[in-house]
Design a protein around this ligand. Sequence first.
Ligand code: G3I
Length: 471
Amino acid sequence: MTTPRQRYRRGRLAAAFGGLAAATLAVTLAVPAAAAGSTLQAAAAESGRYFGTAIAASRLNDGTYTTIANREFNMITAENEMKMDAMQPSRGQFNWSSGDRIVNWARQNGKQVRGHALAWHSQQPGWMQNMEGSALRTAMLDHVTQVASYYRGKIYAWDVVNEAFDDGSSGARRNSNLQRTGNDWIEAAFRAARAADPGAKLCYNDYNTDNWQHAKTQAVYNMVKDFKARGVPIDCVGFQAHFNSGNPVPSNYHTTLQNFADLGVDVQITELDIEGSGSSQAQQYQGVVQACLAVARCTGITVWGVRDTDSWRANGTPLLFDGSGNKKAAYTSVLNQLNQGGTPVPNPGNPTPTPTQPGTTPTPTPTQNPGTGSCTATYSEGQKWNDRFNGTVTIRANGAISGWSSTVTVRQPQRIIATWNGSPTWDASGNVMTMRPSGSGALAAGQTVSFGFTVQHNGDWTWPTLTCSAS
Ligand code: G3I
């Protein structure tokens, strides 16, 4: 069964990409929007995708920042806190505190984490910058092993290697101390990461790889193709997607993403920001989202920060919220584009095979609970993927009520990883979510309202149990 949002016309989309700007907008507006997710994460979840942001630990005390981040995003990347210099400032001495703050905040709020980054020529600790040769190779592999092991089971995907290719037309590897340890350093890092955390997707991540014609794009493509042919454990390719007027979103972006996906890897947009303002910025954002939605294995999009003022290039106002936390035109265009739907992600989960499939669903737990007050919560199944399923809870007022709350309890090892149309809070175990209305919860007798969520099932397809309380 497909929803209206999933009946996406790829032919129309391909035509739109001939000219990304005005033509794209015109085509998109011609396709009517269906009932909409009201946040980025909710709208993306409808086609099985995540929508993420980079988070800085130093901003987690800022209420405006965390409110937006919690509401809009369900995939979190540490902007700097899990890089080599932050994780291992002195050789053999690991500092997990800032990385842990971000991972804990994400998990407490029901979000997943992209790990960034295990091996990179930049942001190496001083002791590593001065190393070369086999000693450096050993230190790099030890770092990969230690960090990936420490966070084992908590990471959706790792950027195992970041930015290892030259810019320009050479198509060569970047000359770095890591490259000088031998051309096989990248695959060695991937093998170490797989051994340390077999459940995390392993990604190669880079910038200026968006235009299919560019030598750097081709060079990364050829490396991934070679890795897949030789069984090097790579699961995904990250496209950073830092755009500005000198480096705009290319008209062949969809081609690039599709060609990589056709190698048998997921593709993810990992650090999206686009300098500019107003409708031209909004259109470029829309084009990026449209390109991802058209590629079944484009599993999610992450923007590189919350508000413009949080950005590494704040002067370029490249993000979706202004410095006061207001939604920009770019936000609206992204949300609307997500709500147009896309090619559903066939298997958005982790590389570990899931032990059961939807066809073998265990006997569901009861779907209805009369509630402790005058409301009833009813569960209905949504879309299913190999590793996750969507559910909707409909709250019905049995008499006039002024408010409600509903608990949704999932069984370990299940985990709720996205929600929409409500304000969730969580118990300490993370298994019990209490959903409350985002606005007024007043309902007339017989009136209904619905909220939704995504459960990563980890092999257990049991339906959640529900309660409903009215006030
Ligand atoms: O925290 C210190 C602060 O104490 C000090 O006073 C200040 C003085 O310069 O520096 C602060 O650290 C800065 C850090 O960001 C936190 O703001 C570093 O100098 C600065 O170098 C660092 O920049 C980060 C940059 O990576 C480093 O390469 C940016 O925040 C971060 O957004 C950026 O992210 C990279 C991705 O990892 C990879 N792709 C490109 C992307 C953009 O450059």
